[in-house]
Design a protein around this ligand. Structure first.
Ligand code: 5GP
Ligand code: ZN
Length: 112
């Protein structure tokens, strides 16, 4: 499958890895939007949040466990944001489910 993030998971495209286990991979975003900007992704190819269902939602729960672990491990005690863009109008540019873990600055609400 011609998927950028599947290629990052299997090492065909290099990345700065911050975490990996059997089902989840996390790495630094190449174009950081905050002092800390990590992408947390399932190793299983899921196209977007719109493709989450009862058979694959377990990995989404695990991704949030990983986000909490990384936030603690990296000392992000002032707060962090976890966001997934789903579909073109939301700005999803890579069609492999990913959660942005952002921290190190203040964030506005609502997002733009
Ligand atoms: P989206 O726009 O789909 O929500 O997020 C995709 C993210 O992937 C963007 O923040 C973009 O900077 C990041 N990205 C795109 N290509 C690469 C790459 O080759 N390596 C890394 N580490 N991040 C990438
Ligand atoms: Zn993929």
């Amino acid at each position: 499958m011609d998927c950028l993030f599947c290629k990052i998971i299997n090492g065909d495209i290099p990345s700065k890895k911050v975490y990996e286990d059997d089902s989840v991979f996390a790495f630094y975003d190449i174009d950081p939007q905050a002092p800390v900007h990590i992408l947390i992704i399932p190793k299983e190819h899921i196209a977007s949040a719109a493709e989450v269902n009862e058979s694959n939602s377990g990995v989404v729960a695990h991704i949030f466990e990983v986000a909490a672990f990384l936030a603690s491990d990296m000392g992000l005690s002032d707060g962090f944001r976890v966001v997934t863009n789903c579909g073109d109008s939301a700005g999803q540019s890579v069609k492999h489910l990913h959660f942005h873990l952002l921290s190190g600055r203040d964030f506005t609400w609502p997002p733009g």
